[in-house]
Design a protein around this ligand. Structure first.
Ligand code: FAD
Ligand code: SF4
Length: 329
């Protein structure tokens, strides 16, 4: 690993200023992604700004929304009582991710900004990677692409966005609070991520020296039911091959409101608006669920290694719609 300067910031404005002063500096939260990539030589920032002492550790309920500081850990958020009672989908997405040890280190801000697990991105000896070296090509398109994306993908890049939490938060229309050199702003999480077919090298709208300070999660109506299904090669310590976050409000067999997002298949956490449109106002039946799943996956762009993900994602979504609604016929 290349030598770097280490600076610990104690105040959010100071952290932003330190980042703004050095265009190559990066910030360090739990370090579970950042340090891996530095050890592998993929990232080589000359300066790391440690943000773990910033006052961004709180979880606070304000009316019908939950405000979560960027430095809250995945385990802390999963253990929160409001999350347990009102946001089961968020809790499940957290507890199905990584391992207990990692979840105790990993922060919510870092989770949303984790980098892709694409093996070619993570191997600096591979020259073709549009994300690492814009314009160089994409080794994964012709290579081993089992853990890659099919939505928001193209020959330019098929890197998967691997966060489970982001899938649940995108479904819930969470907001991201950001502080930068010129002030603060709030961005809907649905508009925070960019797809790799458009910009492999740029994954979010975050600018250099901007920090995520927190996430605001609107609480669902009490009548809502929700869940998160993650399908993977092993039942623990593994990223999703496909996942589905589903929230439904039902009335006498009719779907009044539907929120759906998919993970494991997109170059960003994938909000399934087409599925929501088909589900809303329709009877809660397996035929409706199947139609919604087909609509969601109709624009998939596959390579031989990822083609299996299209039927897998459809089945994952149908299964979770059945589970959440309690309707199997
Ligand atoms: P860091 O590594 O410190 O930072 C990550 C990135 O975000 C860096 O670029 C950093 O500069 C930036 N950053 C961090 N915080 C901020 C902020 N507040 N503002 C601006 N920039 C910031 N995740 C899942 O969702 N599901 C899984 O199944 C899963 N399995 C995993 C298995 C393994 C073996 C490992 C190593 C990781 C796994 N992860 C999984 C990813 C894990 O959740 C992330 O590594 C973690 O959440 C990142 O958080 P962190 O605080 O450690 O971030
Ligand atoms: Fe790089 Fe994206 Fe191709 Fe992976 S999929 S090698 S990250 S361009």
């Amino acid at each position: 690993m290349r030598a770097f300067d280490y600076v610990r910031a104690t105040d959010t404005r100071e952290a932003v200023r330190l980042l703004a002063d050095d265009p190559e500096a990066s910030c360090l939260a739990g370090g579970t992604t950042q340090l891996d990539l530095m050890k592998d030589g993929v990232l080589q920032p000359p300066r790391l700004i440690d943000i773990t002492r910033l006052p961004l550790h709180g979880i606070e309920r304000r009316d019908e929304s939950l405000h979560v500081g960027a430095l809250v850990t995945m385990e802390e958020l999963a253990a929160d009582t409001t999350v347990a009672e009102r946001l089961p989908m968020v809790r499940e997405s957290l507890l199905l991710g990584a391992s207990v040890q990692l979840r105790n280190m990993a922060t919510i801000g870092g989770n949303l900004l984790q980098r892709t697990r694409c093996r070619y991105f993570r191997d600096p000896t591979v020259p073709e990677c549009n994300k690492r070296a814009p314009g160089s090509g994409c080794a994964a398109v012709q290579g081993a692409a089992r853990m890659h994306a099919v939505l928001g993908a193209s020959e330019r890049c098929i890197a998967l966005h691997a966060s489970d939490l982001a899938v649940a938060l995108v479904a819930l229309d969470a907001l991201v609070h950001i502080q930068g050199p010129t002030g603060s702003r709030t961005v809907p999480l649905t508009e925070f991520y960019l797809t790799a077919d458009v910009s492999p090298e740029r994954e979010t709208v975050l600018e250099h020296a901007e920090l995520i300070t927190g996430v605001e999660i609107p609480l669902p109506p009490p009548a809502a039911r929700s869940g998160y299904l993650k399908v993977r090669d092993r039942t623990s310590y593994e990223f999703a091959l496909a996942s589905a976050a589903v929230q439904l409000v039902l009335d006498d067999g009719t779907i009044l409101e539907a929120r759906v997002a998919l993970g494991g298949v997109g170059t960003k956490p994938w909000r399934a608006h087409a599925a929501e449109h088909l589900l809303t106002g329709a009877p809660a039946t397996t035929a409706t669920f199947t139609e919604a799943a087909e609509a969601t996956m109709q624009d998939a762009w596959t390579v031989p290694g990822t083609a299996f993900k299209v039927p897998l994602a459809r089945r994952t979504l149908v299964r979770e719609l059945q589970t959440v609604s309690g309707v199997t016929a």
